[in-house]
Design a protein around this ligand. Sequence first.
Ligand code: ZN
Length: 367
Amino acid sequence: MTITPERARLVIDLAAKTEFAFVSLDEPNRLAVDVRAGTFTVQETEGEPAGEGFVTRFAIEQAAGDRVRTVLSLSAPAQVQQAYVLEPYDGQPARLVVDIIPATPEEFAANVARDKQISAATSESTPAGGSELPIATRPLVVIDPGHGGIDSGAEAPGGFREKDIVLAFSLKLQELLVQSGRFDVALTRQDDSYLRLEERVALARANKADLFVSIHADSFQQPEIRGASIYTRDERATDILDKVLADNENTSDVIAGFVMPQVMAPEVVDILVDLMRREMRAQSFAAAQAIVHSLEPSVQLRRFPVRQADFFVLQAPDVPSVLVELGYMSNPADVTNLTQSSWRDRTAEAIARGISTYFDSLDEEAQ
Ligand code: ZN
């Protein structure tokens, strides 16, 4: 567990991917992280976390039912900013990552009251009683700021670089989605680091993301073309300029010295994957439409803003994926917008609303 005055990160190694829940407790102020575990032995452990901040102690204990509870003692009100499970990777076990940030006393009190209510409601329906809580799982949105590190992406006069603009934008979008309380959000990169295209796709797939949103602001062949647009993947897309755009984007790995990624050969794509791909294509298109509708009132859009092209980064057969071109670095008016935080904030708000609308439509379908 690592802590700074602004943030605490709790990482729990898991034997297998599992469900989790959070409970805010008062008198004294605590935050509990419950992890569902089938059979296990827990050595009751306690100690002090590394660093200084609002978490002063932690204790791990067996809780009601099939749960292991990590209780964090708080010196100041705090809340969970985001949490997600990372798949086992490269010899590391699966991990639950929980980011905790300060809360106002009012926010903390509201969380405690909500959790008490849930707890009361659940123990009524379970004769055995106890403090069993429903385990909430929220959709995971993976935001992918394009480029990074050695790959600057598009550049514009004044030293503006796509990789910096899309990172700033992605951090804002993450903040807004997390604030909504509705999503878990992960970024493929949080700083100026380089990731291969297939690593970005693999990250979304391994974590079973519910939506993958790649953020770009590329250069377009025709400098007069401007405005935001959303792409979904179609390897048969016919617009030649969109093809050039996607081809340029797909060379990101070449720029960084990696070989061109190979799209899966058609003969190894079995029917199941093909069906899944068709389903994902429909969902990706629905997400793109929802985002465009939400952008329409306040953000300049390109003509025919929902577009198709063969972007490698959109190839996951099991994760709905869209690529947002915020605007084009080849257009001076777009560059002016892209480099203003007020424009980025407004656009991020619209995209966050569009993402919410898309998930609303999935919920309605499920009913
Ligand atoms: Zn780009």
